[in-house]
Ligand binder design. Structure first.
Ligand code: HMG
Ligand code: MG
Length: 317
């Protein structure tokens, strides 16, 4: 199959990336990161999560962050005119109400294909989670918001181990029936390999349009880019990624960050696939947040391009 001409990227760095940081990141830095990513041309940005602050202390400032990110974009209407999606995680109606008030244009409900992970991450069974999502889905539709769902642990679970393909398909069917606009199939702990990924995605696509399925790959075992390529080869064109490869889930111990946005964009542009993203600006955003966090960026392409850009600047001076 021919590769897609355009890939729709969702940048999850400010949310998935920062949620795993031990020290609280100041609001100014979170907003600075969002501004840099938007300036780099990111059209779908996961800004934060409206979740229990006890559960994810790093996201306790969600209201403040959204109050600073939304106005320069012209609020929800301005965001829509610019064709951008400003997404937040909303596990229940309480989160949804806060998201709506904050002006989000996209909400994300997040379930799992493994019971053990569902219990630890969102404190309920898979079946209960679907019942909690139902009113969120209805409210999202009623308010014209883009409704995305995430299916965690679709390729393996940190508590349960193997996850049967049938379990992923079952959750996809239930989320489809809630009316989701997009379903993200996630490798929370980064264990999947390309043939497994193809198998799971194709099984999901028998129940839900492939066109509306996105891939979310943590890169723990170094398989993420290969998995993205496997998805491209079956016609998928939606992926999440995290600038500088930041990320992880506090309830998936040992899992490292998402595939770095710089790495995936570098690969996509090399394949002649457009993303609408300005790679040098994205690289600088990755270097900036990594400098703040006091460590080297987790993006190989980002570090190589930053060195080349610094060298170029030094030669020109
Ligand atoms: P629960 O204990 O069943 O909920 O938790 P509850 O309704 O009984 O409420 C418990 C407390 O949370 C109460 O506060 C509520 O007010 C508060 P208390 O009375 O104890 O002070 N609360 C909230 N506060 C703010 N916003 C809310 C909210 N809801 C309740 N929306 C719940 C259930 C879902 C709330 C909890 O388990 C939770 O917040 N979990 C979030 C976990 C999380 O954010 N994980 C990381 C994101 S998922 C991820 O990273 C995976 C992904 O990247 C894909 C992948 O890689 O796999 C998406
Ligand atoms: Mg994740």
């Amino acid at each position: 199959m021919a590769l897609p001409k355009f890939v729709y990227m969702t940048e999850v760095g400010p949310r998935d990336g920062l949620q795993n940081e031990k020290s609280l990141v100041p609001v100014d830095v979170k907003v600075g990161l969002c501004e840099r990513l938007l300036d780099a041309g990111v059209s779908s940005l996961e800004v934060t999560s409206f979740v229990s602050p006890r559960k994810i202390p790093q996201m306790a400032d969600a209201r403040e962050v959204m109050a600073r990110v939304m106005p320069p974009l012209g609020g929800p209407q301005g965001v829509r005119r610019q064709g951008k999606r400003i997404a937040v995680l909303t596990p229940n109606l309480k989160g949804f109400d806060a998201a709506l008030e904050a002006g989000a244009t996209e909400v994300v409900i997040f379930g799992a294909a493994s019971e053990a992970f569902s219990q630890r991450n969102i404190d309920c069974s898979i079946a209960e989670s679907i019942e909690r999502f139902r009113p969120v889905a209805e409210a999202a539709k009623a308010n014209g918001l883009w409704l995305r769902a995430a299916v965690s642990t679709a390729f393996g679970c940190p508590y349960q181990g193997d996850v049967p393909v049938g379990a992923v398909v079952d959750v996809v069917q239930r989320l489809r029936d809630l009316g989701c606009d997009e379903i993200g199939i996630a490798d929370t702990i980064g264990v999947g390999t390309p043939s497994q990924v193809t198998r799971v995605m194709e099984a999901a696509a028998r129940e839900y349009p492939l066109d509306q399925i996105s891939g979310h790959f943590h890169d723990t075992y170094g398989q993420a880019l290969a998995n993205v390529l496997a998805c491209l080869q079956i016609g998928m064109h939606r992926f999440d990624a995290s600038v500088a490869g930041l990320g992880g889930c506090p309830y998936a111990k040992g899992a490292t960050g998402n595939v770095a946005t710089e790495d995936i964009v570098y690969m996509l542009h090399g394949l002649g696939i457009e993303t609408g993203i300005d790679l040098p600006k994205l690289v600088m955003a990755g270097q900036w947040i990594s400098a703040f966090l006091g460590r080297q960026s987790g993006s190989r392409a980002g570090n190589a391009l930053a060195t080349r850009m610094r060298y170029g600047a030094a030669v020109a001076a």
